[in-house]
Design a protein around this ligand. Sequence first.
Ligand code: ARG
Length: 577
Amino acid sequence: MIDFKREIAEVLATAVEGLTAEEIREIIEIPGDAKMGDYAFPCFRLAKTMRKAPQMIAASVAEAISQNPMFSRVEQVNAYVNMFMNRGEFIGHTVAAVAEEKDDFGRSDLGKGKLAIVEFSSPNIAKPFHIGHIRSTVIGNSIYKIYDFLGYETVRINHLGDYGTQFGKMIVAYRRWGNKEDVVKEPIKTLLSYYVKFHEEAENDPTLEKEARATFARLENGEPEEKELWQWFRDESLKEFMRVYDMLGIEFDSYAGESFYSDKMQRVLDELKEKNLLQVSEGAQIVDLEEYKLPPALITKSDGSSLYITRDIAAAIYRKEHYNFDKNIYVVASQQNLHFQQWFKIVELLGYDWAKDCVHVPFGLVSLEDGTMSTRHGRVVFLEDVLKGAVEKTRQIIHEKSIAKGRLSADEMEETAKMVGIGAVMFNELSNAKIKDYTFKWDKVLNFEGETGPYVQYTHARAATVLRSAEDTLAKALADPGAINTDHIASDSAYELAKLIYRFPQVVEDAGEKYEPSVITRHVVDVAQGFNKFYHDEHILVDDEEEKKAKLLLTYAAKQTIKNGLALLGISAPERM
Ligand code: ARG
């Protein structure tokens, strides 16, 4: 794609003194109101070098560049030079670029030769995979897709919570009260009930805690019986998680969870000791971080067992040595901000310069309309149930909409209900700036008219339907996209749509830089609205073959942009709805 901002900067550079084209490019703005031009150049900074009032500079610059064929009009308004592009060239170039790049439209090679690890989801074994986990799972998946699209080599890691003293408790509980069939039937609910029972019984029977500690020690020492049970709990839990990942269309490259690092902990302790970072406090070992205004980090407990934070340090060192990452991204709730600040600092104190390449991407809480979600009060809402509910509700909506119009067969309807129902939940998740707490509301998620997944998917399907009804003409337009007559797609609504399409690659870059998929979500909504306005204002399937070609090509570009945007969010784009 042509970088029009750069081209404009080069033209402006010939008319001003004291700023390079690169500097000018940084200053050029895109006005919020299209009446102020497609691009605007503020002249305040030139007042010093050109020793004139900014308004006067703007006037002379406007005059000097007004004849350039790139522009249809150039105006001076106060200290600004407002530039209106020659629409034909801009639109023609944009639709031709999409026609050529197709599924790769928006892709870049920014990250070429670099590797990014994205760690996300990371639920705890034998604990519910609940609605609270949806955020890390869906946001992390999108960040992975964005980095992949930006040309990075990527590794997706699910850092399962599959280790710790709770497994001692679970094994004890299973041995006392457990039943194999129940676990196989409903692994997580059953294992969780053992865990709860353990705590109830332990209140009256203090030997239980002791037994659990001893059992965990046996597990840490690799005793076969304990290990086998633990492995079984892990496998059964993972089966349940996999069902959800399948529904969401999410995969991982590695499931190396906390247990994977159990034999890599001694090295961390040795290095900490060597750097004189360890202190003993009440029998436990800590790293004092007062100098950095952080609370002390607990590295080993008084009984010698290692901790969550120590495993994170071991994992980061392993990842650097094994993958040699350029970026190591953790998509984890903001409740763990302090945890990440602490251990990033410790890695830095250990002398690892790659500490700066570790990034914590935090996000806020999700709650449900009927009150906050809380595991402790047993008000757990399983993610799997939410997804199934979404498909079920969507099935009803689509049924009413499509049966009436006789559009979809029963099979297509089922397939669409899945795409739209699951897509709606994911889209909703990715619509809010990730750091904000938000409330999950069914009405909002499944509204076909609002700024929702179904709305965007429906717009995509609508564009697909238009294209299907004129396949031959579209094929001709795609065969030689540079040859269309752009006069037919130079109206205001066509041009506004083309501008949104043109901006897509930049939006992807911004989203990656900010680790913020909602930037893409919002843009996809804008493109959908832009297309719907064009569709409403203009007649696309006209008799004139040249006009139809041009309009179909713009429709094609809009559809492709929506599709590529949705793909980066992990959401499919149905051809029919
Ligand atoms: N298992 C943890 C939880 O559910 C999240 C793990 C986050 N990742 C990490 N490297 N600490 O809360």
